[in-house]
Design a protein around this ligand. Structure first.
Ligand code: KG4
Ligand code: ZN
Length: 343
């Protein structure tokens, strides 16, 4: 096996995930245990449940990751003594969820006598683009769009980030989730709404494009969410049936128009030739297509992570952990989770 071998752990929200990366940068194990089914009936992630489910899953996910890595190298399982470093998501995220991965990572680091690395979850989402475009090099502009974040970032170098602007209220993924909840479509909302939208007319209902002309990189999603809910209530009160595909497509188009317009301004203002996307919403097919088309025609190369690397996973955390291990950027065993960690 190409040393070093780094185990990475991700438990910031509702996925318990671990991966192993080797010294060549190859992901040799990648395990994701999702808790989605346990949160679905509540229409969103319940922090208390997330924490408990991480505790239940963490040992099994670890054993599976070690076995996968072992199989990759032709043996039954990797041993703790084979590991050279453990990297764990330090934040941002739910504090009671983060702490489970962090406690496990600390125990492993202490038991194996290996160093610990703390990874920023958002930086992980950014690095996921390397799975698609291995030669991606700063400077570039990135959009991070997930259930908890909506931001445009000027990546001047790896580790050198200028946040251009963020949402002032809801995150994009949160808007998908809340609209889905209002329609009784369950959690998470993104996948079900984007599937419905494929059959709908994006011009059927004119929803507001909030902050489209704000001349900055701030976003606002709560007004759009309210507009959709108001529309649903009005249609229900009038006894008119709601065309779900049309509604989904119209809502999604309002989101995408603003995301793409601000991304266009950002790549021009930062004068970059590369643009990439990270976070769960990056899995949205219409958003991916809109970026490719509208930025592509300006000569900007658009990278989006492979579908399974958009939502939370530990492979993206492993990329950052390996970098930090090589750079000697370690954290002490007294490290704490940081629920509000910024880029
Ligand atoms: O990155 P992620 O797994 O977790 C956070 O760090 O938040 O993102 C989850 C979010 C959810 O809000 C989910 O609805 C959204 O990503 N999402 C999507 C799609 N797939 C997942 N949103 C829009 N379209 C999708 N296809
Ligand atoms: Zn995430």
């Amino acid at each position: 096996a190409a040393k070093p071998l780094v185990l990475s752990i991700e438990s910031s929200c509702d996925e318990t995930a671990m991966a192993v990366i080797d010294g060549t940068g190859e992901i040799v194990a990648n395990v994701v245990a999702t808790q989605i089914d346990f949160h679905a009936r509540f229409g969103g992630v319940v922090p208390e449940i997330a924490s408990r489910k991480h505790t239940e899953a963490v040992v099994g996910v670890f054993e599976e990751a070690m076995a996968q890595a072992g199989a990759h190298f032709g043996c039954k399982t990797l041993l703790v003594s084979d590991l050279d470093c453990v990297g764990v998501t330090q934040g941002p995220g739910l504090v009671g969820a983060l702490v489970v991965g962090i406690a496990f990572a600390k125990g492993l680091a202490a038991a194996a006598g290996i160093p610990l690395v703390g990874v920023n979850h958002l930086e992980g989402h950014l690095y996921a683009n390397l799975f698609e475009t291995p030669d991606l090099e700063p400077p570039f502009v990135a959009s991070l769009v997930s259930g908890g974040h909506t931001m445009l970032v000027h990546v001047r170098g790896w580790g050198d980030y200028e946040v251009l602007g963020e949402t002032i209220d809801d995150a994009v993924g949160e808007a998908f989730d809340k609209v889905a909840k209002a329609l009784g479509l369950g959690y998470p909302g993104g996948p079900v709404i984007s599937r419905l939208a494929e059959q709908g007319d994006p011009r059927a209902v004119a929803f507001p494009r909030a902050m489209l002309h704000s001349h900055d990189y701030r976003f606002s999603l709560s007004g759009l969410k309210t507009a959709v809910i108001t529309y649903i209530e009005a249609e229900n009160a009038a006894g008119r049936p709601i065309d779900l595909p049309d509604l989904a497509a119209s809502f999604q188009a309002a989101v995408i128009d603003v995301q793409v317009a601000k991304a266009l301004t950002a790549v021009e203002e930062c004068d970059v030739d590369d643009f990439c996307v990270g976070g769960g919403v990056a899995a949205n097919p219409a958003l991916r297509a809109a970026y490719r088309e509208r930025l592509g025609e300006r000569g900007v190369r658009v990278t989006v992570p492979p579908m399974n690397a958009c939502t939370d996973n530990a492979a993206m955390i492993a990329l950052v952990a390996l970098r930090d291990y090589h750079a000697g950027r370690l954290v002490p065993l007294s490290m704490d989770g940081d629920p509000n960690m910024s880029l």
